[in-house]
Design a protein. Structure first.
Length: 297
């Protein structure tokens, strides 16, 4: 699996996010997120950055599946997951080392990646059904299979759009996709915390409720509904200017929460069964949500 390096690379036309906002990386588990500079609208640049991000996420999905599949009950499925982890880890290294494609290479670059993601989508759908019906008895929730399937399908759609030369992000698509993902992340975290972590479990579930309201009702109505459901969780700017700030405010609040949680899990200040690699994975997706919202039109 791809690992964070000790120092950030200087990549012209791109910027890099870290937990602390500077150039230092909190080893051993933090991975920086590389994105095009805000004024860089090139489809090839966005395709490279999104492919790099998505392929690393796919490698981690496969790793987490393997960790949750005891060989005694899910040996073949675990072996498949390990194979996907190897495939995507190697693909990540190729993407990272080669840099952005030339414009005339864009379609083939995207096509190579999406063709490798498609079998993983099928795997997630198949195993999700088997877990839900009892044919498979792993430790992977059916919702986790479904959640990761939706992510893989979204990144395939995004890369295909970029392959056609379009780099713009649609605000409605970004909001609809990510509010659902964040809702489910919060529920995952709540169910992986130690049962004694009462306050954190309550915070995670309340935040999940906020994102579910935003997802189901949109920014303006969703902010009002979330305020009624979770008044102690909804932050001030979400209420004051819901049309502009509701979803972004919630996303930034969750990013802060997941960053603190990642540090707390790594330092064993938070009791849980959350692998530190999973906590940073969740943090990076929160960060990607915030970044996409700021770019979306």
């Amino acid at each position: 699996m791809a690992q964070a390096t000790a120092q950030l690379k200087d990549i012209s036309g791109f910027m890099q996010y870290t937990r602390g906002g500077g150039t230092e990386i909190e080893n051993p588990f933090e991975k920086p997120v590389v994105v095009p500079a805000m004024d860089n609208k090139g489809a090839a640049a966005h395709a490279w950055a999104d492919a790099r991000f998505a392929v690393d996420i796919m490698a981690e999905h496969a790793l987490f599946f393997a960790l949750l599949m005891p060989p005694e009950v899910a040996g073949p499925e675990r072996t498949e997951a390990e194979g996907f982890n190897k495939t995507f880890a190697e693909l990540y290294q190729q993407i990272d080392s080669s840099g952005p494609p030339q414009q005339n290479e864009l379609k083939s670059f995207v096509g190579n990646i999406t063709e490798k993601i498609k079998p993983f989508i099928e795997y997630k759908a198949r195993l999700g059904e088997e877990q839900a019906t009892g044919k498979l008895r792993s430790l992977v929730w059916p919702l986790f299979f479904e959640h990761t399937q939706h992510e893989a399908e979204r990144w395939t759609r995004r890369l295909e759009t970029l392959g056609g030369g379009e780099s713009e992000l649609d605000k409605d698509e970004v909001s609809t996709f990510w509010t659902n993902i964040m809702d489910e992340h919060c529920r995952f975290v709540a169910h992986l915390l130690d049962p004694d972590e009462f306050e954190l479990i309550e915070t995670a579930m309340s935040t999940s409720h906020v994102f579910r309201d935003l997802h189901n009702h949109g920014a303006i109505t969703g902010a009002a509904v979330a305020l009624a459901h979770e008044p102690s969780t909804v932050v001030g700017s979400l209420v004051e200017n819901p049309e502009t700030n509701a979803i972004l405010s919630a996303a930034e609040t969750l990013l802060d929460f997941t960053t603190k949680a990642a540090r707390g899990i790594e330092a064993a200040r938070i009791k849980s069964i959350i692998d530190p690699r999973l906590s940073d994975h969740v943090r990076r997706e929160s960060l990607k949500f915030v970044d996409e919202l700021k770019r979306a039109v």
